[in-house]
Design a protein around this ligand. Structure first.
Ligand code: PLP
Length: 501
């Protein structure tokens, strides 16, 4: 039975049927190639926001998710949220704590099992998927395929491990991830997980996975055997919606601590790659959370800085490998959702996305640029500036920033200098510095060369008032459980065998 006020999801390209959220989460991407968006963004009032103050993170999540996932019952959402953020999975009960650092405020999103912000979404997505399977009566097992250059693979493994009716298989380039990232993955426990080294680079792994999804014969063959292939990538609505919660949660925490008064407007600066995190902030603002500007911080791959300053998106530029690798992206997929929400015009979105696919660029024009700039501001840092920021903040406050957060810190500084907007600014912190020991130590003037991953961890711990996360220190004694290796042409067989087994 469909409820009268059920939220429907439609494609940004307007050429596929609308559906409720459970189907949107199982489907991932719209059949016309667009992204699934809520047809209407729910609105909240100040009373709704005030009520969050005395709630736990989990209670806040149930309340906010309930506005979007109207086909899930409250009990279902409570269970999903508790499995994702409870049971000691996060190393602090606050889940996403707000910290005062010198005269700045930081929202820490890296207290989950893999010490990076991907956990905020990838802990909840598998729960939402499994519940969706039950709700829709789908009997097949979902087999998630992930090609990873490092962090997403581990976060996905941790989220899907032992979730009923799901399996997860992660492919990483044999010599293309850091020693610590590799250890994090190959020690992953769980009856439904498999981790495979591919003899090739990240592109080979990613191309291999894409080929498998496009092989209709193979996909159908697996389906007749009871397995449905799926992905956990960041355009799934089930990865975006959990991220809206912490914008509200941070605001509620600041009201509670007296840093701001109910109704005050605040700004956020977000280290950005695929535009998922910052877009969740946009949804929060559209819902009625008093947000002024969302500052989009990029590294040397500064496509978004240019777009938000000129309205001109151009991916035709060299790809730079930086010390903030999770932001090394030239196509920010989630931007399509913003373009849709600001125009409501699927024809225009189609046009821009066709130009992007054909020529790697599009221009939204002056009117649209002005609309975008009502919400967003942008700046970027190169690696040198990023290291300088890590060092300066450490010298002043003894707080250790990871390179992604440092990019955001510098952009927040630039925003203040150039706009005179002195409203409270929250800097969104997306990773623990212990995930990037070598670059952080170098920034702090320490030699990193020649040290093994655990020596690096200890060296940083000696300088940091915050202890290294257990999930990383425990790896020293963890058993290697995955040693499978495959040729880049052999991935399909590996997928088939895992589906059978
Ligand atoms: C994924 C990631 C980002 C980028 O987030 P998007 O939602 O892709 O914009 C930033 N920092 C870290 C540490 C990440 O893992």
């Amino acid at each position: 039975m469909r409820e009268a006020n059920a939220m429907e999801y439609m494609s940004t390209r307007g050429k596929s049927e609308s559906m409720e959220s459970a189907d949107a989460i199982l489907q991932g991407i719209a059949v016309d190639g667009g992204l699934l968006v809520p047809v209407e963004i729910p609105k909240v009032d100040s009373e709704f926001i005030d009520e969050l103050k005395d709630m736990t993170y989990q209670e806040r999540a149930v309340k906010i998710l309930g506005l979007f996932l109207t086909d899930y019952t409250e009990d279902e959402l409570k269970k999903c949220v508790s499995n994702a953020y409870g049971n000691g999975k996060f190393d602090t009960e606050e889940v996403a704590p707000v910290k005062e650092v010198g005269d700045r405020t930081v929202l820490e999103l890296w207290h989950g099992p893999t010490s990076a912000f991907k956990d905020m979404a990838l802990q909840l997505l598998p729960q939402l998927m499994q519940t969706a399977l039950q709700k829709t009566g789908e009997k097949k097992t979902i087999q998630i395929l992930v090609a990873t250059s490092g962090d997403t693979g581990k976060a996905a493994l941790a989220g899907f491990a032992d979730v009923p009716q799901t399996k997860i298989q992660v492919f990483y380039p044999e010599n293309g991830v850091s020693a610590m990232q590799k250890l994090q993955m190959v020690t992953q426990k769980g009856d439904n997980v498999q981790v495979i080294a591919v003899k090739g680079n990240f592109d080979d792994a990613q191309t291999g996975v894409k080929k498998i999804f496009k092989n209709d014969v193979f996909v159908k063959q697996l389906e007749t055997k009871g397995t449905k292939l799926s992905s956990a990538n960041s355009i799934n609505w089930g990865r975006l919606v959990p991220q809206i919660v912490y914008y509200f949660s941070a605001y509620a925490d600041m009201c509670k601590s007296g840093t701001i008064k109910s109704g005050d407007t605040i700004n956020f600066t977000v280290p950005t790659g695929n535009f998922g995190n910052i877009l969740a902030g946009f949804y929060a603002r559209q819902m009625g959370l008093p947000i002024g500007h969302l500052v989009c911080a990029s590294n040397q791959n500064n496509v978004l800085t240019d777009f938000l300053q000129t309205g001109y998106y151009d991916r035709n530029r060299p790809f730079a490998k930086t010390i903030s690798p999770s932001m090394d992206i030239l196509i920010s997929s989630n931007l399509e959702r913003l373009l849709y929400h600001l125009t409501g015009d699927t024809m225009r979105v189609n046009g821009w996305m066709e130009m992007l696919a054909a020529d790697g660029l599009y221009d939204v024009g002056v009117g649209m640029l002005q609309r975008v700039q009502n919400y967003f501001w942008a700046d970027w840092s190169d690696d040198e500036k990023t290291k300088e920021t890590i060092r300066e903040v450490y010298d002043k406050t003894h707080y250790v920033l990871d390179p992604h957060t440092a990019v955001a810190w510098a952009a927040a500084d630039a925003y203040r200098r150039k706009t005179d907007d002195m409203r409270p600014m929250l800097i969104v912190s997306t990773a623990s510095p212990y995930k990037f020991n070598d670059s952080v130590l170098e920034a702090l003037g320490e030699a990193a060369e020649g040290k093994n991953p655990f020596e690096l961890l200890d060296a940083l711990e000696a300088k940091n008032e915050v202890k290294a996360p257990k999930g990383l220190t425990m790896l020293k004694d963890a058993k290697v459980l995955h040693e499978t290796c495959c040729e880049k042409d052999g991935m399909e067989n590996v997928v088939f065998d895992f589906a059978k087994g």
